[in-house]
Design a protein around this ligand. Structure first.
Ligand code: ADP
Length: 338
């Protein structure tokens, strides 16, 4: 027997976070369409995330908030012959397939991760107004996207790791690069170095820190002056964490705030620079950044934008997406056949 498809839920199970997109009906029907002989259920698209290491919280959420309301709840989550089929993407769609089957009677209808990412971004850029924006010098500016002039662009997804994908059209894309120095590195190193317990705590720390305490600047090497001959200002970072070697200090002598700030700057800068180099390689002018690492954080977006602007001498543009963390999940959601 074919599994029942619940087309109002999709999952993206990544290395750090599980992302859920689901449709919540409010019981209304669109009057106009009812008079046309068909009914359109009104409701809203909902988003939720859980830490992958706490996957049981996610299972409980789905059981009580989604399955119960869809009228397809399996009693006690027991396995029945009539499984439910749900679109799922990300590595966890493989890793946790048995768990979801056993605990919720859900079978994953797997969607390719890159395909979902690109599908999610194209869907957002084509259908959601004020989705993309630039962030430079403290100014957020929404970008009007011309649907006929969308491609090609570079998509940089900053999750646990980083993927860089050249997108040429609907379903036309190539993963051209990536780096393992991503959100997982920021969070992992941050936890080790500052003893903080969560991403939010690490962000909060970074908000109050000063990276110049620990980063070695051009001015530190040049006695406070710029190296103007090659266009480096005295405040440019010559070496991330570089001051830690010369000061003869231990980790405890630094404020966790400064360490967190330096780390955030290092990771964001590096990604911005690699993104720019890949955009240059393929002559791409627009770079969209997504992934949960960004979290709409001004400092992160500013650092990435400055890196892209600086290295491209203003030629390339860094853009961000309002639904940055849910790209893959949205792509999987939109892949249900209507
Ligand atoms: P993945 O699919 O690899 O899990 P995501 O796009 O979900 O990637 O991004 C995961 C990254 O987002 C983490 O490595 C971390 O840097 C950042 N992040 C943002 N919010 C959180 C959070 N609440 N808990 C853990 N990491 C978070």
């Amino acid at each position: 027997m074919d599994p029942t498809q619940i087309s109002h839920l999709a999952l993206d199970i990544g290395g750090t976070l599980v992302k859920l997109v689901y449709f919540s009906a409010n019981g209304d029907y669109n009057e106009e369409s009812r008079s046309n002989g068909c009914s359109v259920v009104k409701g809203r698209l909902c988003f939720a995330k859980f830490e992958t290491r706490k996957i049981d919280d996610c299972l409980e959420f789905i059981r009580f908030n989604i399955l119960q309301h869809s009228g397809v709840q399996h009693s006690n989550g027991a396995v029945h012959d009539d499984y439910l089929s749900v679109k799922a993407t990300g590595g966890g769609a493989f890793k946790f397939a048995d768990l979801f089957k056993e605990k919720l009677g859900i079978l994953f209808d797997k969607e390719d991760e890159m395909h979902s990412l690109v599908g999610g971004v194209n869907f957002l850029l084509k259908t959601v107004p004020r989705e993309a924006f630039t962030y430079l010098d403290g100014q957020k500016e929404f970008v009007e996207i011309d649907h006929n002039d969308l491609y090609p662009y570079l998509l940089v997804n900053i999750g646990s790791g980083v993927s860089m994908i050249k997108v040429d059209g609907d379903g036309k894309y190539e993963r051209i690069s990536g780096t393992s120095l991503g959100g997982g590195t920021f969070l992992g190193l941050g936890k080790l170095l500052t003893k903080c317990k969560s991403f939010d705590e690490l962000l909060e720390l970074s908000h109050h820190g000063n990276n110049r305490v620990i980063d070695m600047l051009v001015g530190d090497i040049y006695g406070g002056t710029d190296y103007s001959k090659i266009g480096l200002s005295s405040t440019a970072i010559a070496s991330s964490f570089g001051k830690a070697i010369s000061d003869g200090k231990e980790l405890e002598d630094y404020q966790p705030e400064d360490v967190a700030r330096s780390l955030l700057r290092m990771i964001s800068n590096n990604i911005g620079q690699i993104a720019y180099l890949n955009a240059l390689r393929f002559g791409l002018k627009r770079i969209f950044f997504g992934g949960f690492f960004i979290r709409g954080l001004e400092y992160t977006m500013d650092t990435i934008s400055v890196a892209v602007h600086f290295w491209s001498r203003g030629e390339a543009k860094a853009m961000f997406l309002r639904h940055e963390g849910f790209l893959g999940a949205l792509g999987a959601f939109t892949s249900y056949e209507t």
